[in-house]
Design a protein around this ligand. Structure first.
Ligand code: AMP
Length: 117
């Protein structure tokens, strides 16, 4: 078991942020700054519905997934990421996903390397 709840059935840290029992710097409804930023600007976009990971979504989630991308793009623009940014969704062990509540990472504010590690 990692630092955060994974598959235990317990609420994840993100559920607690939504419930306001864990503080976060919230940019807007379901967007907040990553507490361990990996770039000058690093925020997360999460759905309120606790989908555990991208590999578990289905056709019924299409509208929600589109909404998350739109919110990511709109927030990146609002954050001044005019020179570009990166969207990352980690899925499962090989990606080092640590919180099993679907989330988009949005990283920018500097030149990013490729390929990722
Ligand atoms: P992942 O490894 O893709 O599951 O990403 C989880 C992310 O959640 C990591 O980048 C963490 O730094 C971030 N994180 C964990 N707890 C918090 C918190 N309380 N507030 C904001 N970000 C968090």
């Amino acid at each position: 078991m990692g630092r955060w709840a994974r598959r235990s059935g317990q609420p994840t840290i993100f559920s607690k942020i939504i419930a306001r029992s864990v503080p976060a710097t919230i940019l807007e409804c379901l967007v907040f700054c990553d507490v361990v930023p990996q770039a000058p600007i690093h925020f997360l976009v999460i759905p309120k519905r606790p989908i555990p990971r991208i590999s578990r979504v289905g056709p019924q989630d299409a509208e929600l997934l589109g909404h998350l991308l739109l919110v990511a793009a709109r927030t990146a623009q609002a954050e001044g990421l005019a020179d570009g940014y990166r969207l990352v969704i980690n899925d499962g062990n090989h990606s080092t996903q640590s919180i099993y509540h679907l989330h988009l990472h949005v990283l920018g504010g500097q030149q990013l390397g490729w390929p990722p590690g």
